[in-house]
Design a binder for this molecule. Sequence first.
Ligand code: SF4
Length: 407
Amino acid sequence: MSDKPVKKKRVNVRRPDVMAKVQAEVEAHYRSEVVDLVKARGNQLTIGNTTVRLAQKFGFCYGVERAIDLAYASRRVFPDNNIYLIGEIIHNQEVNAQLQKMNIVSLPWKELTDDYDRLTEDDVVIVPAFGAPVSYVEKIQEQGAQIVDTTCGDVMKVWRRVKSYAKDGITSIIHGKAGHEETRATASHALGPEKNGQYLLVLTLADVAVLTDYLINGGSKEEFMTYFSGKTSDGFDPETHLEFVGVANQTTMLKSETEEIQGLVGKAIRERDGNTDKFKVFDTICGATQERQDALFGMLKRPMDVLLVVGGYNSSNTSHLVEIGEKELPSFFINSADCLKSLETIVHFDLHQQEEVECSYGGILNREEPVVIGVTAGASCPNNLIEDTIVRAFELRGISRDQVLAC
Ligand code: SF4
């Protein structure tokens, strides 16, 4: 008989007595008086010649709120146990730092290190909102540690879809970022329960062009595999595994891009087979991502001078808000109010250079005439960080926090 501990069930920390305390704690950490005030004023506040306009939907989504609640609840339910977290609970420095203060220790998420070998039955491991690869959860269960699973229901919906593809012998074409936690987890589920499913990850339209060209014209298998190195399941063979494909996507992608990719792959299959019998598609963009993108499109219908998008630089849904904004006006991806250095200078994450850079606003903020500053935030950004940004923007224009609150 194995001397490994018996697998433990996932723990439910959502006890009514605990949740009441947790909600008060979470509110104290992340609520914002200023954001509440701007919302109460119809999401727009004008003081003197400065207007700050907030998107109709921004910031924390239901999945993130739930994950944070469960992480806080874990500490209350297990006050004396070691509590670990696979990687980050969400893509936000402030929230992750808060969990560290609660002595919730982050474990590596890019590989199963020997930290996982040292887990015991007394330990608790939190699975983050974007989920974790199947092998990680199995390893934790083998160690007998207790699991608090905060995986968002919308992510699990994608998993169900790719698992059903695997069951039916359909290869999953996953539109997502290969290095993103959610896509890594989804890819592991695309192998299916028998671990014999197949997947291919695509991110850009250039990736899709390579895929559709191969679907229609065939070509060099070696070149195809070199191009998609690290983005396929083990044993993937384009000659056999592209016969029947199903598209799914990371929940936080740009909807228009995902739709374009779905259309292109479907069109290629039709061109190859004369029909789309061997093509399946399932839009798995989550409601919260969709709402934030739609709210930004709505906001962009009215003139603004600049857009500030607040969120963690590794946040996928936030980066797509920046992509939408920068097509229309100067848009800056900032992770805190500290990025607003002065009336002339801003530090922001440049999506094209993929690094944080310092640059000029181009004279947008330091002029006498009225200025409209748009603000939105990704699904992992708490309201207190949005408040700091609003207040800092007003302060740069000579308006104090007290003046904002007095409105
Ligand atoms: S962004 Fe969407 S999928 Fe991700 S946690 Fe929020 S609701 Fe869930």
